[in-house]
Design a binder for this molecule. Structure first.
Ligand code: URA
Ligand code: SF4
Length: 500
C-alpha cells in the first residue's frame, strides 16, 4: 500500500513583525475543514527552514485546495487561541505542527485543554508560558541609551529576547515612552518609534555593535538600581530567576553588585523595619533625575500598597519648560486607564476654566500628589477613595522630585489633599485658598478648590461660586507664573502656620 503524501507547508511571515500566526490559522482552518490528519501535514517556518532557494522546500506552497468534508467551522475555544497566539512567537520549530495537532484533537475532545497531563497540552502551555515570561523580562530589562543624532535625542536599546517577541513587547514601550524617539534592536528584527506620528516601524535585525554601549544615563541607571536594589532578595537562585544571567551583560547595575552585596546585611534589617514602619517611594525615586527619567522610573514604584490595585502609575504631563505646575490629588478612573492626569470629568472642567481664561492647558504641567488610583470596587464600578495621609506621604518623594526637575515659578494645589501635601496639615482650603505662600518647594505655592469637589456639589448656585473661585485662583496663578520676577510674596507667617 502506498503511504499518503505528507503536505509540506511553509509559514513565511511577510513583514519583520509578523509571527506567522495568521498565516498558520488560515492554513489550519482549511486543513481542518478538509479533514487532513495532523500526521499528513508538516509545517515549516521560514525562520528555521533551510533557505528555499536551495530547493529543499517549495518557496510558498499554495494553501491546500482540498474540498472540505464538512462545512462546519472548527471549534476553537478562546483559551486555545490566546495561548496559541503566544506560543506562535516561540522559537520551537515544532510549534506549528503542535498547534495543528491540538486543534485537530480539540474537535474530538472539547475538554482536552483541561487535561494538563496530556503531553501535547502540557507542551502547548509550556510554550505559551515561556513566551509570556520572556515578554515580562523584556519589559523589565530593556535599557535605553541616549544618543544625539541630526534629529535630536534618540534612545536606543539592544536586547536579545529568548523568543521572537519584539512586536508583542512594542505596545508596552509605545505607551510608556510615547513622547520619546526610541529604537529597540534585537537579532531578529528592530523597531523604531516616531513620537510625532505615534507609530512604530519595524525593520531588520541588528547586531549588538549597532547599539551604543554607554551614555550619560548610565550613572542614573546605576543610582536607580542601587536605590531600588532589595538586599532581602540576595539569594543567588532567586536573583538568577529574576535576572537571568544572559541579561546581565547588558545591565549597568551589575558593576554595583559587589558593593551592594557587602552592604546588604546591614540594609536588610533596616529595610524590613522601615518598610513596615513607613511606606515610602523614596527607594524608587532616582536622584537628580530629569522629568523623563522620573516618568520612566515611576512605573516600578512599590512605595505603598496602592500599586497592587491600580492599572498603572500616572505620571505628570506637560512641557519641561512650564512655569505653572498644577497638582491634583490622585488619578481617577479614566486617568488610571489612560495613564494621563486630568483626562476625566474633573479634567474636563479644569480645561473649560482654562479655555475661558485663554490659557492653553498644554502649557501647564499637570500632576498629582499620589500617582496611583485608589478605589473601592462596587460591581463593575471603581469608586474613588481618598488617599490616606500615609499614602500621600509615601508618594511625596515623586512630587518633590518632579518639582525639583521642573522648577516651576508657581505651584497651584488643586484641592485639600495636594494643599496639605505641600502646605502642611494646618492648611484650611476655604480660608487660605488663593494666597501665594513661599514654601521650600516653590516661592509661590497657591491652593484652590478641586474641580471634582465642584462636580460633587449638588447645589447649583454653590457649584457656580466654587467654579468662580477656582477660575479666579487659576487666573492669578497663571498671571504670576508669567511675571519675569516674582515679587510681593506674602509670607507664610501671614497664614500663621509653617510649611512642611
Ligand atoms: N483628579 C485629580 O486630582 N487628578 C487627576 O488626574 C484626575 C482627577
Ligand atoms: Fe509609589 Fe505613590 Fe504608587 Fe504608592 S501611590 S506605589 S508611593 S507611586
Amino acid at each position: 500500500m502506498i503511504a499518503p503524501a505528507v503536505t509540506s507547508i511553509l509559514i513565511e511571515p511577510r513583514t519583520p513583525e509578523d509571527s506567522g500566526f495568521d498565516l498558520w490559522r488560515n492554513f489550519a482552518r482549511n486543513l481542518l475543514l478538509s479533514g487532513t490528519l495532523p500526521d499528513l501535514v508538516d509545517f515549516h517556518d521560514a525562520h528555521d527552514a533551510p533557505s528555499p532557494s536551495l530547493g529543499l522546500l517549495p518557496p510558498n506552497p499554495p494553501a491546500p485546495q482540498i474540498r472540505p468534508h464538512s462545512s462546519k467551522l472548527p471549534h476553537v475555544p478562546k483559551s486555545f487561541l490566546d495561548d496559541a497566539f503566544f506560543a506562535a512567537h516561540h522559537r520551537s520549530p515544532h510549534r506549528w505542527n503542535l498547534l495543528y495537532r491540538l486543534l485537530w484533537k480539540l474537535q474530538r475532545d472539547k475538554n482536552l485543554l483541561h487535561i494538563e497531563v496530556d503531553p501535547w497540552v502540557s507542551e502547548f502551555r509550556s510554550l505559551s508560558r515561556q513566551v509570556r515570561h520572556d515578554l515580562h523580562k523584556m519589559h523589565a530589562f530593556v535599557r535605553f541609551r541616549k544618543v544625539q543624532d541630526r534629529k535630536g535625542e534618540h534612545f536606543i536599546a539592544w536586547h536579545k529576547p529568548a523568543h521572537r517577541i519584539l512586536a508583542l513587547a512594542t505596545p508596552f514601550f509605545a505607551e510608556r515612552f510615547a513622547v520619546m524617539r526610541w529604537t529597540i534592536l534585537t537579532p531578529d528584527n528592530s523597531v523604531s518609534w516616531n513620537p510625532a506620528t505615534r507609530s512604530a516601524t519595524f525593520g531588520p535585525g541588528a547586531d549588538r555593535s549597532q547599539a551604543p554601549a554607554e551614555d550619560e544615563l548610565e550613572h542614573l541607571w546605576q543610582t536607580y538600581y542601587s536605590s531600588i536594589f532589595n538586599p532581602a532578595r540576595l539569594n543567588p537562585s532567586v536573583m538568577r530567576s529574576h535576572m537571568p544571567v544572559k541579561y546581565w551583560s547588558t545591565l549597568p547595575e551589575i558593576d554595583l553588585l559587589p558593593s551592594l552585596i557587602t552592604r546588604a546585611n546591614s540594609r536588610v534589617a533596616s529595610m524590613v523595619f522601615t518598610q513596615q514602619a513607613t511606606p515610602s517611594a523614596q527607594p524608587f525615586v532616582p536622584t537628580n533625575a530629569t522629568l523623563t527619567m522620573l516618568q520612566q522610573a515611576l512605573s516600578a514604584c512599590q512605595g505603598c500598597s496602592l500599586f497592587h490595585y491600580a492599572t498603572q502609575a500616572v505620571t505628570g504631563r506637560g512641557p519641561s519648560t512650564a512655569a505653572l505646575m498644577l497638582v491634583g490629588e490622585q488619578p481617577g478612573d479614566k486617568e488610571d486607564l489612560a495613564g494621563e492626569p486630568f483626562v476625566g470629568p474633573a479634567g474636563e472642567l479644569l480645561r473649560r476654566a482654562c479655555r475661558e481664561l485663554d490659557i492653553a492647558p498644554d502649557a501647564l504641567y499637570m500632576t498629582n500628589a499620589v500617582k496611583h488610583f485608589k478605589f473601592v470596587q462596587r460591581g463593575k464600578l471603581r469608586i474613588h477613595k481618598n488617599p490616606a495621609q500615609s499614602e500621600v506621604n509615601a508618594c511625596r518623594p515623586w512630587l518633590e522630585a518632579e518639582i525639583q526637575a521642573l522648577k516651576p515659578k508657581v505651584i497651584l494645589c488643586m484641592g485639600a489633599t495636594s494643599a496639605k501635601a505641600l502646605l502642611g496639615g494646618t492648611f484650611a482650603l476655604m480660608r487660605d485658598h488663593g494666597h501665594p505662600v513661599s514654601t521650600r518647594y516653590c516661592d509661590e505655592t497657591i491652593a484652590t478648590v478641586h474641580p471634582s469637589a465642584i462636580l460633587r456639589t449638588g447645589d447649583k448656585a454653590k457649584a457656580q461660586d466654587l467654579y468662580g473661585m477656582m477660575k479666579a485662583d487659576l487666573a492669578m496663578a497663571w498671571s504670576r507664573s508669567r511675571r519675569p520676577h516674582v515679587m510681593d510674596v506674602k509670607s507664610e507667617s501671614r497664614l500663621s502656620r509653617s510649611s512642611p
